[in-house]
Design a protein around this ligand. Sequence first.
Ligand SMILES: [Zn+2]
Ligand SMILES: [Zn+2]
Length: 183
Amino acid sequence: MKVLTVRLEEIRDKNAEISVALAGAIFPVLSEMIHSGEVTLTSPVRVEITAAHEFDHVRVSGRVETEIRLACSRCCAEYDDRLSSTFQLFYTKAQGIDPVEDEEVELSETDLISVPYRGDEIDLIPEVDEQIVMELPLRPLCSEQCRGLCTVCGMDLNVMECDCRREAQSLTFGVLKNLKINQ
Ligand SMILES: [Zn+2]
Ligand SMILES: [Zn+2]
């Protein structure tokens, strides 16, 4: 049985509410990232969803949340973070067998996503998977102020200052940043 599926007959007269905690492995893209070591989940993925039938589409509003562990892209240290995202998805029935859509879907807000579905149930896994992955930072940072590693000796500059003469630009940048903070 699929865990994140909305059956159309369930939402004919009323909204459907789904609230589940799922293993990251259920989400295809996320689980690939877990396997490749890009991210570690330190809690299950909690998903809360309301599905409603409106006119010719199904509106799914939801929230996805989990705790993650990432490696900082500057200093390589692991740090914990919380991932949380709210989203709205619009599922419209795919027309016939031709996947080319000739009717324009008018969506005024840019964060609305329209997804075609077929048959009498909607599998939410792919889109929820995408919501989680979109929230993951491309360049994870343990902190905005992370000073990273010395490019010469590899010292973690968050822990200790070394005597190396490093690349002028990164040094200047770091000094300026610190001056600003200290003022
Ligand atoms: Zn860092
Ligand atoms: Zn150094």
